[in-house]
Structure formats: C-alpha cells, structure tokens
Design a protein. Structure first.
Length: 384
C-alpha cells in the first residue's frame, strides 16, 4: 500500500516537471555580427534589407516609437525613445553624429603658408600685394621731371657761357634762383662780362669788357605745366630799362619726354633800349648808339620751344629752336641793323652726376641765315 502511494506521487511530480519544461520558449538563433557603422570621420555602411535606421547611422524617426530589436536579440526591448543613442559598436545600436571640433586657430594668426592647399584654394588665384612706389622728394635729378619753379627754400646758382664764331663775340651770364613757395620763384641775372671788339672805339681789337646788364624777375607757376614770368632788365651806364614777359610751359609725356617753351617771350623797351642777358656786345652797341641819337629797336619778340629726352636718369638730350623778331618786325627797319627776323636752333645735353649739380653743353646757330653765327655754349648749375 505504501509502495503504491509512493509511485503515484513520483508519477505526478514527473508529469508536472515535463509540463513546466514544455511551457518554456525556445531561444532564437543569434544573427551574424555586422560591422559597426562608422561615425562622421568616415562613410556609413550601405543599408541592406532588414537593417534598421540604427544600423545605418540614421536617426530614429520623430515620434518615439519603440525599437523592435527584441525580435533579433531574444525579445529585449529598445532602451529609449527615437533618437536615443546606444553605445557605438553594439549590435543594432544607434550611431550618434558628432560635430567636428573647432579649428585650433580660429583667427588664422597661426596659419601655415606652406600647408597643402585644398581644391577650393587651388581654384582661387593668389593676390600679390604690391608696395606703392616711394614718393619722390626734393628736386628731381631727371631733367624731364623737374617743375617750372624750384621747391621752397631751394637755391640754384648757374653760369651760362657762350660764344659766336664770326665775328667772335663771347659772353657769360650769372643767374641765381630761389624757391620762395612751391609756386613762387625769385630770380636774379647778371652779365659778368664779354669778349668782343668794343664798338665805341675805332681800333679793331678783341678784349674783355665787364658786364653792365642785370635784372630781377619773378615766376609764378599757375599749374604744373604753365606759369607766368615778369622781369625788369637794367643796363647800368647809360641807364636803360625794359620789361621782360614770359609764359613758361612744360608738358611731360611719361618719364622720358617733355616739351615746352615761351619762357622769354617779350622784351619791351621802357627807356633808351631793351637790355639783353644773352650777348653783351648787343648791349654795348645799343649803348653807343644812344650817344649819337640813333633810332633803336623798341624791343623783341622771341618765340622758342624746346624738347627734352631723358636718355638716362642723369643724362638728358635737349634741343631748342625758334624765331626772334627784333623791333617786333619781320622785315628790315631802322630798329635793327639787318633783317629783323632770325631763326635759331641749338642742341646739346645736360649731365647731372649729383642731384645738386648740372653740367651742360650745346652747339647751334644764332641765325641760320649766317654760318658765322655758329655758337657753342656751356652750362653749369649748383643747388643747395
């Protein structure tokens, strides 16, 4: 009886155990591991059929639907609403997109110019920075670039000797200029003397004669290319006075060429005759004629033009030509000994070894109608 009850109890327990075991669910097969999706430093793995947004690096759609990864992992549910990130590299985890860190040198002060350039930089041409040319100061050494008047507080002293071959007559003028303002210049000219045959004596003899002509002038520069000049030439004994007018002009064409003229346009007699600073023989002849009450010229009109070619910075080639009308006439009158209209031409060079010194030499004719008027001339100027 006892053995029968024991067997019945064992049978019931065994049956209950089998029923409990049978009720337990079977574990699902684990899918093969996939490579973890790469972050913002590299491309994401291409999506495949069955992949969830978490495995492709995309964010979970808004709305917070629960993840269904439990079917693949044995029934485990997702750990948060949509957009919650799982640890990178785990199965079915959401990859959080991270932003690049800010540049170390956000202001660009530590930029390396030798660093490799990107494709965008390569397409953008580099802009070269060109420094402006240095501003010119003082009086230019180039003859072409020199203004009509001297700069303020600048002085210049010059000598201009010249001679006519036949009949021989030489003369030398001393000239001083001073720049008062950038536009106003004061000038003083004195004829030192000349070598010629004195017309007041019957003896034909060449000799040196001190000069008696001097004058004061003022030049005002209206524009960079034009000015006005007013002067009063005087002859000391006998006293003679005239009024000299000029309109100096100078047009510059770049750094190599300049054209100008009209700097000694008119010389009008005010008393006895009109003194000149070019040839002392002419002054001596006019002074001697006043003793015999000979009718003299009322003055002269001189239309001259010049050209300057700057061959080198310190060497310029200069040419001047023009016409001179004595007694303001084109024919023969009592005011001039021969033809009143003459044509002159001279050409030479100016050499400036320093900014403060000029050396010049020229040759030409004072009257193209007479070969004896061939007249070489020199020039020396010093500035302080």
């Amino acid at each position: 009886m006892t053995a029968r009850r024991l067997l019945s109890a064992l049978a019931v327990g065994l049956t209950a155990s089998v029923a409990v075991v049978a009720a337990q669910p079977k574990p699902a097969k684990k899918p093969p591991a996939r490579p973890a999706a790469k972050g913002p430093k590299g491309p994401l793995a291409p999506a495949k059929d069955g992949d969830t947004p978490a495995t492709t690096g995309a964010k979970t759609p808004a709305g917070g639907a629960k993840a269904t990864a439990g079917a693949a992992t044995g029934g485990a549910s997702a750990t948060g609403a949509a957009g919650a990130a799982m640890p990178a590299g785990s199965e079915g985890s959401t990859v959080q997109m991270t932003e690049d860190p800010p540049p170390k040198d956000i202001t660009g002060t530590a930029e390396n110019p030798d660093a490799p350039r990107t494709a965008v930089d390569a397409e953008t041409p580099a802009v070269a920075t060109v420094a402006p040319p240095p501003a010119r100061t003082g009086y230019p050494i180039e003859e072409v670039l020199r203004p009509i008047t001297l700069p303020p507080n600048t002085s210049e002293v010059s000598l201009a000797p010249h001679a006519q071959v036949s009949p021989y007559a030489g003369s030398t003028a001393l000239r001083a200029r001073y720049g008062i303002t950038p536009r106003v210049q004061l000038g003083l000219t004195y004829v030192l003397g000349g070598i010629f045959d004195d017309p007041s004596t019957l003896e034909s003899k060449q000799g040196f004669h001190p000069g008696k002509a001097l004058g004061l002038d003022v030049t005002y520069m209206l524009q960079d290319w034009v000015g006005v000049k007013l002067g009063v030439p005087l002859y000391i004994s006998p006293l003679a006075v005239s009024l000299a007018l000029g309109a100096p002009i100078k047009f510059r064409f770049g750094d190599k060429l300049a054209l100008g003229g009209l700097d000694d346009l008119l010389n009008i007699k005010l008393d006895r005759f009109a003194p000149t600073f070019y040839q002392e023989l002419q002054n001596a002849t006019n002074a001697n004629d006043t003793m015999t009450n000979t009718i003299k010229s009322a003055g002269e009109l001189r239309v001259s033009v010049f050209g300057v070619y700057q061959y080198e910075s310190d060497l310029a080639i200069i040419a001047r030509t023009g016409i001179q009308m004595e007694d303001f006439a084109t024919g023969k009158t009592d005011g001039c000994p021969g033809e009143c209209l003459t044509t002159f031409i001279h050409a030479g060079f100016s050499y400036s070894p320093r900014r403060y010194i000029d050396l010049g030499l020229s040759i030409g004719f004072d009257d193209l109608a007479h070969g004896g008027s061939f007249a070489p001339a020199g020039f020396l100027a010093f500035r302080i």
